[in-house]
Design a protein around this ligand. Structure first.
Ligand SMILES: *Cc1c(COP(=O)(O)O)cnc(C)c1O
Length: 423
């Protein structure tokens, strides 16, 4: 196991009470993972679980291991912890606790929202509106529904990845039962005009779902201000654990459940609760709330420095996504004549983890559906990298990228030119 850079991180001891200073912990992590300080710039794919979150979760594995559905005190203790997390989520969203259902993550919440609304409203209509740049958990749920007889309109986006609320308005028919649009895109960072779309949905009395996995915990998300009926979020995208998330379901909005079994979550989502995960999610919500304003400012500064630095030092490079209506932590840049995959590998060798597309599809060599939706050719859609920042990103990490990337691009361009001139 030793010698493998990845396995070494598992040697890190869990924090004790004296050692919760995060800076110190990070420095220890650096020391223990060998001589090279690896830089992580893929926070849009997943975030490390905050040490304070882990600390809050730990008792729920052994001391407070009870099943919240049990009536004895062991169970009650776990049940209380879940309700506590539910209140924290509700408070952050401007919702009430009974509107929150815990799930196994963003993918499940999106499946639940889209399929659940479709099946519930079958007697009223069969038409769904979504956009071309949604996460696959929404797009593939829609594809599944098409096979079941539903009809789906996929709204295109402009070259910045923006959905035009007017085109949604025009797509609505008497059969429309759901509009599902993401709050912000995970690849290019564009923030969609969801409150405008929410108004349109409300006027026509159509259920409105947003995938807020990239925004909840990062920028303000209030269900009334945005005018949404359903909302999905996932803990591991905001420094909570993986495999847990929630769906917000506005009071009065009914959706069909597809997890049948016990009476958990008011019989809307059966299965024994992931107690430690839900406790961790709740802690992560409060931390996010405390850190948000400061982090938005700090991240935006680092983001803009990195964008400007790359555009200035790499010829034929271009920012993807909206120039200012974008997530504070997202950078997606096209670099002509260089394959994103090759850039990712070279960056990895240089100690920087980034992405050439969403984590779930970067193993397949399909171009990104999001970049294609911006109007890029199949060829150009391969020439991009995504750098996503997070709360452990420091100024020196940005400097390191700016030191390393131009050289990598230069080298890759000269080898691809050489290859091209041979053929
Ligand atoms: C990560 C992500 C998801 C999926 O969430 P999981 O919890 O990983 O299943 C859905 N939508 C968006 C926008 C995401 O970034």
């Amino acid at each position: 196991m030793r010698g493998n850079a990845l396995s070494q991180t598992s040697d890190i001891r869990l924090p004790d009470k004296k050692n919760l200073n995060r800076k110190a912990l990070l420095m220890r992590l650096e020391r223990e993972s060998g001589s090279m300080r690896r830089i992580y710039l893929d926070y849009a794919a997943t975030t490390p679980t905050d040490q304070l979150v882990i600390k809050e979760m730990l008792p729920y594995f052994f001391e407070r291991f009870g099943n919240p559905s049990s009536f004895h005190s062991h169970g009650q203790e776990a049940g209380k912890a879940i309700e506590d997390s539910r209140r924290k989520v509700a408070l952050m969203l401007g919702a009430t606790p009974d509107e929150i259902i815990f799930t196994g993550g963003g993918t499940e919440s999106n499946n639940f929202a889209v399929k659940g609304t479709a099946f519930k409203n079958m007697p009223l209509g069969n038409h769904i509106i979504t956009s071309a740049i949604e996460h696959h958990s929404v797009l593939n749920s829609c594809k599944f529904l098409e096979k079941q007889g539903f009809s789906v309109t996929v709204i295109p986006v402009d070259r910045y990845g923006m959905v035009d609320p007017n085109s949604i308005k025009k797509a609505i028919t008497n059969n429309t039962i759901l509009i599902s649009i993401m709050h912000a895109n995970n690849e290019i960072g564009t923030i969609e005009p969801v409150s405008e779309i929410g108004k349109i949905a409300k006027e026509r009395n159509i259920c409105f779902h947003i995938d807020a996995v990239q925004t909840f915990g990062h920028i303000p998300v209030n269900v009334d201000k945005l005018g949404v009926d359903l909302l999905s979020a996932s803990a591991h995208k905001f420094y909570g654990p993986k495999g847990v998330g929630f769906i917000y379901i506005r009071k009065g909005t009914e959706i069909t459940s597809f997890m049948h079994g016990g009476e958990q979550e008011n019989a809307r989502r059966a299965s024994t609760h992931n107690v430690a995960g839900i406790v961790g999610l709740g802690r992560a919500v409060v931390l996010a709330q405390e850190e948000m304003d400061e982090e938005i400012k700090r991240m935006t500064r680092l983001r803009d420095k990195l964008i400007e630095g790359i555009l200035n030092s790499v010829e034929n490079s271009e920012l993807n996504g909206h120039p200012y209506r974008r997530l504070p932590n997202n950078i997606n840049i096209s670099i002509r004549y260089v394959e994103g995959e090759s850039m990712l590998l070279s960056m990895d060798l240089a100690g920087i983890s980034c992405s050439a597309g969403p984590a779930c599809s970067s193993s397949a060599l399909e171009p990104s559906h999001v970049l294609l939706a911006l109007g890029k050719s199949h060829f150009n859609a391969h020439e991009s990298i995504r750098l996503s920042l997070g709360k452990y990103t420091e100024n020196r990490d940005i400097d390191a990228v700016l030191n390393i990337l131009p050289g990598i691009v230069k080298r890759l361009r000269s080898t691809s030119m050489a290859r091209n001139s041979e053929t």
